[in-house]
Write a protein that binds this ligand. Structure first.
Ligand code: PEP
Ligand code: MN
Length: 339
């Protein structure tokens, strides 16, 4: 249920409502709006009738049941799109389209620093790079692990770009959070509920990728796991889903963007690299994602894709990324966004 406070409600009135919510065994989540506060009361909805009595408390405008199974993620609870602050200059969900770019995996200091400089000069605002790699084959490169995190931090020092990297299990979540500005949950872990809960307890922005066989509702339920633990900084990522089509690695579900925009206040980023698996298709899908309303892009870039230790075929060479970004800027303008 959502408790909508009156525009002029006092802190004391709000605290009384929170106390009452707790008495009834619900967990309150305060969402500060521009004109009024809204309190999400999350829990088993059996006590519906009791909760309705909150409607008569001072400072309360209305009590609205949330009909959707996802509560804190829904637009019902928050009308404006959430703007997730990454550092003092970068935020996702506002007017700027945020491009996150970098190699699939960190391979060496030279590689990550070179890519960081290239993507920054082209207009990317976040550096990506995998240190813990969840690979389909146990024999494939598994990432540089903590050394990779250290190199990412070094690239941040050199360029000022905040970094995003993947967390593969709850055991290493805190270690990754010590280094990274955004914690990524990959497609293979999108329903790893223990990992989702763990990242819900760490106060760092999380980019949650859609599981390759997940419905939009299931994606929102996964986001709900993070939100319900108290971390409200969640960014969703459409990265392609499994279909019968084999011409591309996955099928980019472009329609997920307007659907998500309607259903949730969380920002939506699109990853055209994993969606297509082929660098030729990355630029057109990036443009399409912007046209469909995406708040950002995540793109793989490698200085030498032929020799990349993972995902070379879908990685853009620096010159191709730079050329794509010139057009991304134009598409952003048409979509009334900026880069
Ligand atoms: C990645 O971003 O490198 C990655 C492994 O992505 P996904 O989880 O979407 O496959
Ligand atoms: Mn990859």
């Amino acid at each position: 249920m959502i408790i909508v406070m009156k525009a002029g409600a006092t802190k004391r009135e709000r605290d009384e409502v929170i106390k009452k919510i707790k008495e009834y065994g619900y967990t309150p989540h305060i969402i500060h709006g521009t004109t009024r506060d809204v309190i999400g009361a999350v829990g088993d909805e059996r006590g519906k009738v009791i909760l309705q009595s909150i409607e008569f408390m001072n400072g309360v405008e209305s009590v609205v049941p949330i009909l959707k199974p996802y509560k804190l993620a829904s637009r019902e609870v928050k009308k404006e799109t959430s703007v997730i602050k990454i550092n003092d200059t970068v935020a996702i969900g506002g007017k700027d389209i945020i491009v996150m770019a970098g190699p699939c995996a960190v391979e060496s200091e030279e590689q990550i620093i070179e890519v960081a400089r290239v993507v920054k000069n082209a207009g990317a605002k976040v550096l990506r790079g995998g240190a813990f790699k969840p690979r389909t084959s146990p024999y494939a490169f598994q990432g540089m692990k903590e050394e990779g995190l250290r190199l990412l931090a070094k690239a941040r020092e050199e360029t000022g770009l905040p970094i995003i990297t993947e967390v593969v299990n709850p055991e290493t979540a805190e270690l990754v959070a010590e280094y990274s500005d955004i914690l990524q949950i990959g497609t293979r872990n999108a329903q790893n509920f223990e990992l989702l809960k763990k990242l819900g307890q760490i106060q760092k922005p999380v980019l949650l990728k859609r599981g390759m066989s997940m419905t939009i509702q299931e994606l929102l339920m996964s986001a709900e796991y993070i939100l319900s633990e108290g971390n409200h900084a969640v960014i969703l990522c459409e990265r392609g889903i499994r279909t019968f089509e084999t011409a591309t690695r996955n099928t980019l579900d472009l329609s997920a963007i307007p659907v998500l925009k309607q259903k949730t206040h969380l920002p939506v980023v699109v990853d055209p690299s994993h969606a297509t698996g082929n660098y030729h298709y990355v630029a057109p899908m990036s443009f399409a994602a912007i046209a469909a309303g995406a708040d950002g892009l995540m793109v793989e870039v490698h200085p030498d894709p032929e020799h990349a230790s993972s995902d070379g075929p879908q990685s853009l060479k620096p010159e191709n990324f730079t050329a794509m970004m010139v057009k991304v800027r134009l598409f952003a303008e048409v979509a009334e966004r900026s880069l």
